[in-house]
Each structure stands twice: as structure tokens, then as C-alpha cells.
Design a protein around this ligand. Structure first.
Ligand code: ATR
Length: 278
């Protein structure tokens, strides 16, 4: 039997997950096809029912379904329960289990970039689905003061409140993106992470260039384009930078290992991702 896997999203045409996973499956000689599943929100329940077919091994979940899929699954693992978002679905004895691979993916990419907290002061831009996972990873990495700035301040406050149970020894604050506190926090931070979608269109800037801290590690979870305006500004000011490609590949690796029970061929996955983006 040829196993089936895939990524569900809407739209999903530009996802490079199929390239990453198919390359990994082929490299290990696993007889499986990784598909693209464009599914509108109204059709999500029917899609989840399809997943129960015995030839389906699992799925990746992307925007806008990461939260909406939760009530349709049989259970959540610890990562998905903590974060409140599902980025992959695996099967256990026929039950559909939601997991969140973004926390591990981001945490690993940050560690590999050499981030170890000194002051532990971090700024995160954005408070959407991706921001939730990033915030959990930042707190797990030892960030002690996390300032969240978002265009919609209420959404930032809701995220900060939801982090309270895991932020026992950390301070988490939330502001509007145009709040006066932003300048201070950027000047003081050792780590800046953009989780907003601003920068996906080349030239779009989430911050004016002169606000970007030159002394910090500046991370953008966007991987296409590989260097957003934020990262270009940061590099020009002497900052170390990291884009979203390692996060994407490492989160894919977590899912892959869960679905197949085999170690993920990381070099193959990175090469496939870079080729798909070239
Ligand atoms: P994802 O799951 O990829 O995080 P999302 O949940 O839609 O996607 O979140 C997108 C993030 O980008 C949000 O923080 C959003 O800000 P709002 O919560 O205020 O909508 C942010 N964002 C999108 N467009 C933006 C813009 N033009 N300026 C500032 N922030 C923007």
C-alpha cells in the first residue's frame, strides 16, 4: 500500500512542505505520497473524516486551520494542549492526535543560532497563531522578560494572559505595535522575533530601519523571501540574523519522525527546502 500524507491549508499552493517531506520519504525508501490539500474552512470537518482512511499516515496543518481543527480531533498531545494550536496530526491506534511541532522547531533553530539567554530580554512582534508557538519556545529557552507588540493590542494581551501558567519565572507584557514602550524595549532587548506576516511582500517593513537593534539577535520566522527587509536592516546595523527556514525544516522533522518512526534525514530536507525556494 502507498501511504498518504499531506498538508492542509487554505490556500496551500505555495507551501514547500510537500517538497521537504517527499524528499525525506523518498530518501528513506518509504512508499508514501505527500499531497497538498487545499480545504476551505467550511470543508474542514469532511477533510478530517477523510484522514481516518487507513492509508493516511498523518497531516501537516497550516493557516487558517491550526486552531479550528482542534475540536475535530480525538486528542491533543501535551505540546498542542499547551500552545492551543495544532501544526500536525498523527495517528495512534486509529485515533487522530493533534501535536504542535512549531515550538520544538523554533526552539531548535534558536539554539542552533547560538541563542542562550544572558539578560533574557526579548521582544516579539505579532500575536497570531505562529506567535503562540514562538512565545512558548522563547519561555522554554529561558527568556525572562518577553514584551509582545501587536497591531491589535487586545490580541497581544490575550496571548500574554494565556502564557501566565508557563511564565511562572518570567515577565510577559503586551502592547500595541505603535505604543511608546516599543522604542525602549527594542533598545534593551538581546533578541527580537518577528512573527507577523509583514515582510512576506519584499520591501514591506514591520519596523522603521533605525529602530532595528544592531546589538540583538534578530529573527524573522518568514522564510520567503529568505531575507526580509527587517533582516536586511538588522544585518546592515550589525545584528546577527536568522530567518524562518530552519524553523520550518525542524518542525517538519518532528512530524516526520512521529509519522514514520524513522530519524528525519535533515540534510535532505534542508536541501529540498532550499531548492523549492530557489
Ligand atoms: P499566523 O498563524 O501565521 O501567525 P495570523 O494568526 O493571521 O497568522 O497572524 C498574523 C500576525 O501578523 C498578527 O500578529 C497580525 O496582527 P493583528 O493581530 O493585529 O492582525 C500581524 N499582521 C498582519 N498584517 C499586519 C500589518 N500590516 N501590520 C502589522 N501587523 C500585521
Amino acid at each position: 500500500m502507498t501511504w498518504r500524507l499531506g498538508v492542509v491549508g487554505y490556500p496551500v499552493a505555495h507551501s514547500i512542505s510537500p517538497a521537504i517531506h517527499q524528499a525525506a520519504l523518498d530518501a528513506l525508501g518509504i512508499d508514501a505520497r505527500y499531497e497538498r490539500w487545499p480545504v476551505a474552512p467550511a470543508d474542514l470537518a469532511a477533510w478530517v473524516a477523510m484522514l481516518r482512511a487507513p492509508d493516511v499516515l498523518g497531516a501537516s496543518v497550516t493557516v487558517p486551520h491550526k486552531e479550528a481543527v482542534i475540536p475535530l480531533l480525538d486528542e491533543l498531545d501535551d505540546s498542542a494542549r499547551r500552545v492551543g494550536a495544532v501544526s500536525a496530526i498523527a495517528k495512534a491506534d486509529g485515533r487522530l492526535v493533534g501535536m504542535n511541532t512549531d515550538v520544538t522547531g523554533f526552539g531548535r533553530s534558536l539554539a542552533e543560532a547560538g541563542y542562550g539567554p544572558r539578560s533574557g530580554v526579548a521582544v516579539m512582534l505579532g500575536a497570531g497563531g505562529a506567535a503562540r508557538a514562538v512565545a512558548h519556545a522563547l519561555l522554554a529557552a529561558g527568556v525572562r522578560q518577553l514584551s509582545i507588540f501587536n497591531r491589535d493590542a487586545a490580541r497581544a494581551r490575550a496571548l500574554a494572559a494565556s502564557l501566565a501558567p508557563v511564565a511562572a519565572t518570567a515577565t510577559v507584557e503586551a502592547h500595541a505595535l505603535d505604543a511608546p514602550e516599543l522604542a525602549d524595549r527594542l533598545a534593551a532587548c538581546e533578541l527580537l522575533v518577528n512573527t507577523t506576516t509583514v515582510g512576506m511582500r519584499p520591501g514591506d517593513r514591520i519596523l522603521p530601519p533605525d529602530r532595528v537593534p544592531g546589538h540583538a539577535l534578530v529573527v524573522d520566522i518568514i522564510y520567503s523571501p529568505p531575507q526580509t527587509a527587517l533582516l536586511a536592516d538588522a544585518a546592515a546595523r550589525g545584528a546577527r540574523t536568522l530567518n524562518g527556514l530552519p524553523m520550518l525544516v525542524y518542525q517538519a522533522a518532528v512530524s516526520f519522525e512521529r509519522w514514520t518512526g524513522r530519524p528525519a534525514p535533515l540534510a535532505t530536507m534542508f536541501a529540498a527546502a532550499r531548492q523549492a525556494l530557489a
